[in-house]
Every structure is written in structure tokens, then in C-alpha cells.
Design a protein around this ligand. Structure first.
Ligand code: UDX
Length: 448
């Protein structure tokens, strides 16, 4: 098959590379010329395990092409993936301008019956909008071409996106068309050879499935974070509660880790968008609003613990921060709890020395240059370097090298033996033995 993927962000690039790997010819289109030039040279805009090899090898094998114009791919392909961004607008609703513009271009260029597959996360009814936009263009061109619009949401996780695409739990396909059904079945057959994982449903059902999946996962996290707050007041350890409830198969162990809040490009955006969709439809999303509110509170929790410990006096202090990315395995800092913490600390007059295995460059783009120049914020090269003369260590992202640190070395480096653990990585018994003061999430503080 010859396929076009429009948008080379996480979803688009992973989709394009994985489909090319299965022997298809894929044209990846992006309006950003720098991005396209870099991709041709094997320079990727994102860090994602295995993706660089997949991109370079398939590009070299002439199966994966990069271009800035849809025109270049149109004569070869009649299957189009739309994978452009749907960023939140001011009211939290998904901004569909890029999706609509791509639909307009497709409608203005296609010359053969086509299948247009929407992979971007979009509100219910967007497939209809794409359909209408393409039809309008065809009408203007006086062409009577048949085409199908399919909703095929992506469930990839950053840090394991290639693996998720290659071994999907399920492939959701929203379509009413038999032709589109066949195309999608053929396209995904190599990924699900041993396990039939295609689920067909209506277009609107598929669009809602994506939002509901992310909102459910975000709800699990906010629920645990809410219980964690209560645990802190009742001398209960949320980690024991987590294991206790996770063993119930109806609940399960996944996504019930209390922490300093969820971040990333999906959960915050999609929960906000779903709230906005509800409001547009005169429906009060009480639970979703609570999920969002709890997460906002949660992202402030590390700062609040430091404020409590230091009696509101953070000015002039220095804090070591371990982990900047919104989760391990990625350099993505979008909506990361580290951003909320660092902003609060610096605004309170404190200094921050931060370390992250791969998100250093993202951090340099995230914060004002002035903070680096004035050494309010320093990004250091090693985890122990961050601790030198710091008044506390705050663990924000649970990268593996942070899990079993050399506590003795840490104690020597820090001004105070104080750890604030935003991901409950440490065993309170060991922490006590090592002589640290310790704050976790949903567990009682330990005083050295
Ligand atoms: C998520 C969905 O998992 C994926 O299916 C969807 O396609 C895109 O959004 P991703 O954003 O890559 O993927 O991150 P994920 O691994 O789901 O983690 C999201 C956030 O939740 C992270 O900040 C993580 O630290 C936090 N989290 C996760 C918790 O706080 N507790 C948990 O138990 C699990």
C-alpha cells in the first residue's frame, strides 16, 4: 500500500515509521521545512526508543519519504492519515484548525477515491466536519469522487510508542463504510497476525472511545491522589493501600500510583477538552472537573510540603530536583509537575539545581533564559551534582537511576538530610535507617 501521513509529531511519525517497516511505502508530510530536512538526515524532533533506527532504515530503504507538500504524495497514495495537533484553545476545547486545513488540502488535491483516517484526538463529530470540508472542496472542483472518513484513534504511550504501535492492545476503527473496513483490515493485518484485535464501531463511538480511555486513566490517578491526601492525615501508607486494592482483579494494579500529578501531552489536554465538550452540550461534567481540580492541587503538593517543612521560608534556599520529564523514558516536559514546582520555588526566591537523564534541552527551552543567566536555575550533568549544598532533594520523575541512590553519599552532599519523594520511590524503613527526614505522597512524614 502507498500511504500518506500528515503531521510528523509523536503520533504521525510513529505511525509512518511502523507502517513503512511492514513493507508499505509511506509519505510523511509536515509543513515545517526544518523538521522535514532533519528527518531526511535522520534527526528526529522527539526522543522515542527505537524510533530513530526505524526512521533511518526505512528512509534508506526508500519506503519512508519526507516532504513539506501533500502534492508530492497525492499521485502515489489514496490512503491518508491525519495526525496533526489538536492543541487546547483558551477554553480547553480542542483547536481543530489544523485538522480542518488538512481536510481542505486533501479535498483540493485528490483525484481518486480515497480513505481519510483521523488519528488525531478530536471531539465527537469531527469526522463529519472533515467529511463536509472535503466534499466542499470536491464540489468546488466539480468532481464527484467517493471517499471515506474513518476515526482510528491512537493509544500509544510516550517512551514505548513504537512497541505500542507494533503490538497494539486493540485497534479501534470507526467507520460505516465496507470499503474503509477492508482497507483498515489490510493495513493493520501485519500488526495483529496472532491476535485479532480490530474493533469496528461507529465513527462517533471511536472518537469518544479515545477521550473516555484517557479520562478513565486520569480519573484512576486523581482518585488515588485524593485517597493519598487522606492517608497523610490518618497515618496510613498509600503504598500498602495500593497493593491491597490492586489485588482485586476488578481494580487491577495499573495506573493506581499516587504521585505529584499527571502530565504529558494527552491526559491534561483530553480531560480539559472533554469538560469543554460537556459544557457545549449543556452537561455538567462533575467528575471530570474534579479529576482536573485534584490534579492541579497535586502538582502543587511538593512545593506545599517544602513550604510546611521550612515554615514558609524558601527564599535563599537551594533545592535539588531529580527528574524534569513528565514521566520516565521521554524528554517531554509538557504539563510536567516539575514545571509547576520549579516555577513556584523560583518565584518564592529559591534556587533550583535540576537533573534529568534526557530532558535537559527541553528544560532550557521551557524556562526563562534570565533564570539560567542569573543562576536561579541550573541544569546539572549528574544526579549527585544536583545535591551539592542543596537544602533538600525533591524527586519528581521516577527514572530508574533514582530508585536506589547512594543515601550515604547524598547525606554528605546535602545541607539537610531531607527528601521529598513525589513518586513514593523509597522505603520509609530504609529512609529512617539512613537518617533522612522524608515526605512522600500519601504517607506520614518521617523525621530524622
Ligand atoms: C497517555 C495514555 O496512556 C495513552 O494511551 C494515550 O495515547 C496518550 O496518553 P502518555 O501521555 O504517554 O500516554 O503517558 P502515561 O504513561 O499514560 O502517563 C501519564 C501521566 O500519568 C504521567 O505524568 C505519569 O507520571 C502519571 N501517572 C501514571 C501517575 O501519576 N500514576 C500512575 O499510576 C500512572
Amino acid at each position: 500500500m502507498d500511504i500518506t501521513v500528515i503531521g510528523t509529531g509523536y503520533v504521525g511519525l510513529v505511525t509512518g515509521a511502523c507502517i513503512a517497516e511492514m513493507g508499505n511505502t509511506v509519505y510523511c508530510v509536515d509543513t515545517d521545512p526544518k523538521k522535514i530536512e532533519n528527518l531526511k538526515k535522520g534527526i528526529l524532533p522527539i526522543y522515542e526508543p527505537e524510533l530513530d533506527t526505524l526512521v533511518t532504515e526505512n528512509h534508506a530503504a526508500d519506503r519512508l519519504h519526507f516532504t513539506t507538500t501533500l502534492k508530492d504524495s497525492i499521485e502515489h497514495s489514496n490512503v491518508f492519515f491525519i495526525a496533526v495537533g489538536t492543541p487546547p484553545g483558551e477554553d480547553g476545547s480542542a483547536d481543530l484548525q489544523y485538522v480542518v486545513e488538512v481536510a481542505r488540502q486533501i479535498g483540493s488535491l485528490i483525484t481518486r477515491p480515497s480513505v481519510v483516517i483521523n488519528k488525531s484526538t478530536v471531539p465527537v463529530g469531527t469526522a463529519d466536519l472533515v467529511q463536509a470540508t472535503i466534499s466542499e472542496q470536491l464540489k468546488q472542483r466539480g468532481l464527484d469522487l467517493s471517499f471515506d472518513v474513518v476515526s482510528n484513534p491512537e493509544f500509544l504511550k510516550e517512551g514505548s510508542a513504537v512497541n505500542d504501535f507494533m503490538h497494539p492492545d486493540r485497534i479501534i476503527v470507526g467507520t460505516e463504510s465496507e470499503n474503509a473496513r477492508q482497507v483498515m483490515t489490510e493495513l493493520y493485518a501485519p500488526f495483529i497476525r496472532n491476535r485479532p484485535r480490530m474493533m469496528f464501531m461507529g465513527v462517533r463511538d471511536a472518537e469518544m472511545t479515545k477521550y473516555a480511555a484517557n479520562a478513565m486513566l486520569a480519573t484512576k490517578i486523581s482518585f488515588m491522589n485524593e485517597i493519598a491526601g487522606l492517608c497523610e492525615r490518618l497515618d496510613v501508607d498509600i503504598e500498602h493501600v495500593r497493593l491491597g486494592i490492586g489485588s482485586d482483579q476488578r481494580i487491577g494494579y495499573h495506573f493506581i500510583y499516587a504521585g505529584c500529578g499527571y502530565g504529558g501531552s494527552c491526559f491534561p489536554k483530553d480531560v480539559k477538552a472533554l469538560i469543554s465538550i460537556a459544557h457545549q452540550n449543556d452537561y455538567e461534567p462533575k467528575l471530570l472537573q474534579a479529576v482536573e481540580d485534584r490534579n492541579a492541587v497535586q502538582k502543587q503538593s511538593l512545593y506545599n510540603k517544602l513550604m510546611t517543612h521550612f515554615d514558609g521560608e524558601l527564599s535563599g534556599k537551594t533545592f535539588a530536583v531529580w527528574g524534569l520529564a513528565f514521566k520516565p523514558g521521554t524528554d517531554d516536559m509538557r504539563e510536567a509537575p516539575s514545571v509547576v514546582l520549579i516555577n513556584s520555588l523560583i518565584n518564592a526566591g529559591a534556587k533550583v539545581k535540576a537533573y534529568d537523564p534526557i530532558a535537559a534541552d527541553s528544560a532550557r527551552r521551557e524556562f526563562p533564559e534570565q533564570w539560567f543567566n542569573e543562576q536561579k536555575l541550573t541544569i546539572v550533568e549528574g544526579q549527585y551534582e544536583a545535591a551539592i549544598d542543596a537544602d533538600a532533594l525533591v524527586l519528581v520523575t521516577e527514572w530508574k537511576p533514582f530508585r536506589r541512590p547512594d543515601f550515604k553519599a547524598l547525606k554528605k552532599l546535602l545541607n539537610h538530610p531531607l527528601i521529598v519523594d513525589g513518586r513514593n520511590q523509597y522505603d520509609p524503613v530504609q529512609i529512617k535507617r539512613e537518617g533522612f527526614t522524608y515526605y512522600g505522597i500519601g504517607r506520614m512524614p518521617i523525621n530524622a
